[in-house]
Design a binder for this molecule. Structure first.
Ligand SMILES: *Cc1c(COP(=O)(O)O)cnc(C)c1O
Length: 355
């Protein structure tokens, strides 16, 4: 049990226009902070007014990017209760990332307590409107003040909150994805499976290129052969080929194990669908498209839940999927997951937790 100290703000912010929230633009009145010192462990858990952090310029995180982050959401149900979706999965993943980044583990019960405490403190920020939610961003940064390359001995754990809009203002529109053949995101033995800023820093160049060409996101291929599908930007990816649902397997360690990915797999299996986690080459996708066997493609992630893919561009060769429209399975997954998240459907899997 954490002993959380509260220092509440005397001047609450004015709420933004909830019809124009976008993603991650506004932050709530408070934040959670907790320090780590070697020999002492995690200590000084506190909830304080949201505001700038004061850090020394030599702080390790600025130079060698020893940090991690997570992302999950709080949803308000029709009865006014606020619930989280599978926070235990995010916390497990947080500690797997910590392990890879030489960041000390956080006790899972303490992490859940901290998430619930900060959400409760700023509960009036959780949107009531359809499709809107409170995005929760826990992160840990290395705070040693020295330029030597070593794991830090001190860290800061922070949780900030942001009310966010429905990802798609006009229903779920399929996105266009650019297959990246030059840059790679992750390699076996690297940090692909860890949720760290460094993976994103190295992905910006490819993302910028895709955007210039009119594509929403990049489809990353495996770093060795540049042949097999890894994932899309900030989403895991699924293809339905001749009735078989295929998503890249996690065993190479180059793919982020998404909570939405795991939930989508469980749901589809419960519907009796064949779901394979295996190698999937771009060639297989191209051939399936050519022979009319590529039924659907979609991305999964906390932000958009399910993001149907309407077009893939491979070196100028355009593959249009399901006529550029949302497919049946994508729609069913979106409806089912969002109904569970907003408490509109019974939670048969026990995925939600009240704050
Ligand atoms: C966070 C993330 C995802 C999606 O994970 P969820 O737990 O479903 O939100 C997928 N890929 C990358 C690279 C990510 O950072």
């Amino acid at each position: 049990m954490l002993n959380i100290r509260y220092e509440l703000t005397k001047t609450k912010k004015e709420k933004p226009d909830y019809s124009k929230l976008g993603f991650g633009k506004y932050f709530t009145d408070h934040m959670f902070l907790m320090d780590y010192t070697q020999g002492k462990g995690w200590h000084d858990a506190r909830i304080v007014p949201y505001g700038p952090l004061c850090l020394d310029p030599s702080c390790a995180v600025f130079h060698y990017a020893q940090e991690m982050f997570e992302g999950l959401k709080a949803y308000k149900t029709a009865s006014g209760e606020v619930q989280l979706f599978r926070p235990d999965k995010n916390i497990e993943r947080m500690n797997r990332t910590n392990e890879r980044m030489c960041i000390p583990h956080v006790d899972p019960d303490d992490a859940l307590q901290a998430i619930k405490a900060i959400v409760k403190t700023d509960i009036d920020w959780v949107p009531n409107e359809e499709g809107k939610s409170l995005y929760i961003r826990p992160f840990i940064i290395a705070t040693d003040c020295q330029l030597g390359v070593h794991p830090s001995h001190s860290y800061l754990f922070v949780i900030i909150l942001s009310p966010v809009g429905a990802y798609y203002e006009s229903g779920i529109d399929p996105v266009k994805i650019y297959i990246e053949r030059e840059y790679v995101r992750a390699v076996k033995g690297g940090t692909g499976f860890a949720k760290v800023g460094g993976n994103y820093a190295s992905s910006l160049k490819g993302q910028e290129k895709a955007e210039k060409l009119g594509y929403a996101q990049v489809l990353w291929l495996d770093g060795l052969h540049r042949k097999y599908v890894d994932e899309v930007g900030a989403m895991n990816v699924f293809f339905i080929i001749d009735g078989e649902v295929v998503t890249p397997a996690l065993d190479e360690g180059s793919i982020l194990p998404g909570v939405t990915r795991a939930s989508a797999i469980e749901l589809m299996r419960s519907w009796g669908m064949k779901v394979s986690e295996r190698l999937l080459s771009v060639d297989e996708i191209t051939e399936a498209a050519a022979s009319g066997k590529l039924d659907e493609a979609f991305g999964t992630g906390t932000a958009a839940v399910i993001s149907p893919i309407g077009e893939l561009n491979d070196n100028g060769n355009k593959i249009v999927i399901n006529g550029g429209k949302i497919g049946k399975v994508s729609k069913r997954l979106y409806d089912t997951l969002t109904s569970i998240q907003w408490g509109k459907a019974p939670d048969e899997f026990g995925w939600t937790t009240k704050v």
